[in-house]
Ligand binder design. Sequence first.
Ligand SMILES: [Zn+2]
Length: 78
Amino acid sequence: MAKKLVCDRCGAELTDKYDIDLALEGKEAWEETVRASGAEPRGILPCEHFVRCNGEMKLVDDSMVVRCRQWLMNLFNQ
Ligand SMILES: [Zn+2]
């Protein structure tokens, strides 16, 4: 499965598997940091442009997006 991280504000993407694994390992530390400031984490780590976009990276399954798109296309083609 092709997974990637996408910023929910500026759309920056992180597709390197090693980077994603590192992000997943640091996930809890980030969530704790956000909760300590009284907010709910949206993603699993801050975007690399966090200072500018204030976004958080969300884990996206690429193949899921593809499957969903195909399903919609089939629906419209009937
Ligand atoms: Zn961003």
